[in-house]
Design a protein. Structure first.
Length: 402
């Protein structure tokens, strides 16, 4: 690791990440040395071609975190341990044939979700959330809406009763916040998943949890519970940010103004534009080199941690030569990952339906919606990992509850 490593923290990830990634690429190249909390070294892959190489070679760049050459320097209270853990029994850290079996189990359970059922649940919960604010004439579309919708839909698909949804929302958002209630949120989520699996083991139903329990691959209840937690966390926050970032774009960029007055093709365009230019999952941990190798002109040592710079790769000038041009239907971005460990396609489809439905319900129910604050005053969470708004205050003409 070089001595000019860039700290992977600070306000610029909140205010101007695109400029920061350009500077890092200009000064360090497609593979940049970075420092995590506590000056722990890693590599951030910003090049599109290089990221394709890393994600396409699961043997050389493994998901097995036991390979990490920094474990002796990692304290027990390291704040990134929930993200870069050791010996976690979830699909995130399973490799080889067992990973392929596990991914097939997950995909099969999600593929069986009926598209009409998914859309119906998404519309119902979205309408409930709009009902709670529509008579007020103003709302925060992050706290009042985007941060509440995906987990409610996912909980219903997994098999939870609707009345359990609000507590799961609170627990998951506490866990993602990473503050004083994070452990309590994680505990509530784990206990809830264990109880769901116990219930479904005794009384199977037509839901994701029951289908995973019935899979013949022989995964334990603990492994299935871990995967349900991973899917809920990975499906909730990025989808919530996809909704928030897309609504922000549509409210602030005149190219998408037609969407606010009944146009619907522009909703899909705005959502795709966000995945290229303002993706919720900015940087992902990680992969570990299984042997010494070269990547983007850098010498990577065995056991080095390699971080996936999804937003940096999406904005690589070799693939985005005209960054100001709309991306149209081009979906060759890295926002859902790539290779063996990419987001399963059924999960991607579910996220897209939830996000698009959530956006369309807002536009249908609140047709004259507008920002309540100057666009320049909108702020982002200070995270290099996930990019989302802290708030999206809007005003509108009060409308009746459905």
């Amino acid at each position: 690791m070089t001595t000019d490593a860039v700290p992977l923290s600070g306000p610029r990830f909140q205010t101007e990440p695109a400029d920061l990634y350009r500077e890092m690429r200009r000064e360090h190249g497609a593979v940049t040395p970075v420092l995590l909390d506590g000056d722990v070294p890693a590599w951030l892959v910003l090049g599109y071609r290089e990221l394709h190489q890393v994600t396409g070679d699961p043997v050389l760049f493994s998901r097995d975190s036991d390979l990490w050459n920094q474990w002796e320097n990692i304290p027990d209270d390291w704040p990134l341990l929930p993200m870069i853990g050791r010996k976690q029994p979830s699909i995130l850290y399973t490799v080889g044939e067992r990973h392929r079996e596990r991914a097939a189990m997950l995909s099969g359970a999600l593929e069986a979700v009926e598209a009409s059922e998914l859309r119906r649940h998404s519309e119902r919960f979205a309408d409930e959330l709009i009902d709670a604010v529509c008579a007020e004439g103003r709302a925060d579309l992050i706290a009042d809406y985007a941060m509440l919708l995906p987990v409610r839909v996912l909980a219903r698909l997994y098999g939870f009763a609707d009345e359990e949804g609000p507590a799961l929302v609170t627990a998951l958002n506490d866990m993602i916040d990473g503050r004083e209630r994070a452990i309590a949120g994680q505990t509530h989520l784990a206990v809830s998943m264990a109880q769901l699996l116990a219930d479904r083991g005794a009384r199977p139903a037509d839901d994701v949890a029951s289908r995973m329990l019935a899979d013949p691959s022989g995964f334990s209840d603990e492994e299935i519970a871990q995967d349900l937690m991973v899917m809920m966390a990975a499906g909730h926050q990025p989808t919530a940010d996809w909704i928030g970032n897309s609504l922000r774009l549509m409210l602030t960029d005149e190219r998408f103004a037609a969407s606010l007055f009944g146009g619907r093709n522009s909703v899909a365009d705005a959502m795709n534009e966000v995945l290229w230019e303002d993706t919720p999952s900015q940087n992902i941990a990680g992969r570990w080199a299984s042997r010494d190798t070269q990547l983007g002109g850098r010498r990577i040592r065995a056991g080095d941690l390699v971080l996936l710079g999804l937003q940096g790769a999406n904005s690589d000038p070799q693939v985005r030569t005209h960054g100001s041009a709309l991306t149209g239907g081009n979906n060759a971005h890295f926002s859902f990952g790539h290779g063996e460990h990419r987001c399963p396609f059924p999960a991607q489809e579910i996220a897209e339906v939830i996000a698009r439905t959530g956006i369309e319900v807002v536009l249908d129910r609140l047709p004259d919606i507008d920002l309540e604050v100057p666009a320049a005053s909108l702020t982002r969470r200070p995270s290099p990992w996930l990019r989302g708004l802290t708030a999206l205050p809007v005003r509108f003409t009060p409308v009746p509850v459905l």
